[in-house]
Design a protein around this ligand. Structure first.
Ligand code: C2E
Ligand code: CA
Ligand code: CA
Ligand code: CA
Length: 395
């Protein structure tokens, strides 16, 4: 297998339009096919790439094969550099043949396969009827995804992650705790949002390492507060893949003991979706953690489909109203049924309700009148870096 990358071919699409670019690429494909022999076949790859596959087994160590490959490289080159006429215009096309050598070609082949499976996964996520387009943009997305996947371990080692803390308030405007939100300052990509990288980390056990890192950081901050005589609480977001692990309870217990903390200084946020996805296992883990003194906040409540019967049995201390629902509270509608029913459900279960994403006075007033207990959002405070957060809560 080898991959031919048409150097900066996009310039044709830009200056002459996509149809010209496509016809040039088709012509190149035909020429390469005519130039190479029967065991090899050329395929239009992604964007400006061509893939040449051999139907015969090829061995990289073999001298004879290397000769074939060298010849092939030359034939392809000739086929491409010869000018091509399209729409009465003569275009001279230059191509970069990335490498016909097998080690490099294997990497190229893996890349094409990678982008294909990435594209399929993405199309699946978008739902039925979505179209899988393997264009240059898809290639770029895949490259970014790949960069992210491969830089997690280095990021953990080099302290590229840090926490922001967003204070949470009661109806008397007193701080009752804070939510820890992870940030990533990537050396090449700049700031990468957790909305982008957490789902990628959740595809592998990387999310366990990141989750443990977050818990440890939260504990460190809590320990510092305790030393300054301030008792407070931090809510951490726990992924489903993390909580179902058999050693989760042990790990988290070890971490709080290491920092000399009690379990009630942490609040474990799990999403309602996690709760309903593998309910028996999650329930078992939650019960055990509840016995150890930990409590749970159900995040993004209202987006999953949990049933009242099991919510009642679990060590849940609050339901968190997603900011998507808080957003619906505006001057135009006088009642917001979903928000109302989450608050009522929380009270029926004997737990608190917490609203996130409060951005204005109107939303705060509405939630207070409806009996919501705790409040979080830009209106109260943005997520703060460590030092600013400590100053904020010490007052
Ligand atoms: P989430 O847990 O629902 O977090 C709330 C998000 O709302 C945060 O975004 C927060 O910065 C943002 N937010 C808070 N107040 C307001 C407001 O008034 N208006 C608006 N528009 N937004 C507000 P962020 O930090 O980008 O986090 C997004 C998501 O990433 C989180 O959603 C959570 O699902 C995930 N995440 C963040 N940190 C962690 C982590 O340490 N571990 C895991 N597993 N997931 C995390
Ligand atoms: Ca290219
Ligand atoms: Ca959360
Ligand atoms: Ca949320």
């Amino acid at each position: 297998c080898c991959l031919i990358d048409m150097d900066n071919f996009t310039q044709y699409n830009l200056s002459f339009g996509k149809h010209v670019g496509d016809r040039i690429l088709a012509t190149i494909g035909q020429r390469i096919n005519a130039a190479i022999d029967g065991d090899l076949k050329v395929y239009r790859g992604i964007g400006d790439n061509f893939l040449i596959l051999s139907t015969a087994p090829v061995d990289g160590e073999n001298r004879e094969n290397e000769n074939i490959i060298n010849t092939l490289e030359w034939e392809i080159h000739k086929a491409i550099v010869t000018p091509i006429a399209v729409d009465d215009l003569i275009h001279s096309v230059t191509a970069a043949i990335s490498s016909c050598r097998l080690e490099a070609s294997k990497a190229s082949y893996e890349k094409v396969n990678g982008v294909l499976s990435f594209g399929k996964k993405r199309a699946k996520k978008q739902g039925p009827g979505s179209v899988l387009t393997l264009d240059n943009a898809a290639f770029e997305d895949y490259n970014r995804y790949n960069t992210i996947t491969h830089s997690f371990q280095r990021a953990l080692q080099n302290n590229e992650f840090y926490l922001m803390l967003q204070p949470q308030f009661n109806a008397s405007n007193e701080v009752i705790g804070s939510e820890a939100l992870i940030r990533w300052e990537h050396p090449e990509l700049g700031m990468v949002s957790p909305v982008e990288f957490i789902p990628v980390a959740e595809e592998s056990d990387t999310i366990i390492d990141i989750g443990n890192w977050v818990i440890n950081e939260a504990c460190r901050l809590l320990h510092e507060c305790e030393q300054l005589g301030k008792h407070t609480r931090i809510a951490v977001n726990i992924s489903g893949r993390h909580i179902v692990r058999a050693d989760f309870a042990e790990t988290i217990t070890q971490l709080i003991e290491k920092w000399g903390l009690a379990p009630d200084t942490l609040m474990l946020e799990i999403t309602e979706t996690t709760l309903v996805s593998s309910i028996d296992l999650v329930r078992e883990r939650m019960e055990k953690l509840g016995e150890l003194g930990f409590s749970f906040s159900i995040d993004d409540f209202g987006t999953g489909y949990s049933s009242l019967s099991y919510l009642k049995e679990l060590p849940i201390s609050e339901l968190k109203i997603d900011r998507y629902f808080v957003d619906e509270i505006n001057f135009h509608d006088d009642e917001v049924p979903i928000v109302n029913s989450i608050i009522d459900l929380a009270h029926a279960l004997g737990v608190s309700s917490v609203a996130e994403g409060i951005e204005n006075e109107f939303q705060r007033k509405y939630l207070r009148q409806r009996g919501c207990e705790y409040f979080q959002g830009y209106f109260y405070s943005r997520p703060l870096p460590e030092k600013a957060w400590r100053d904020f809560i010490m007052n």
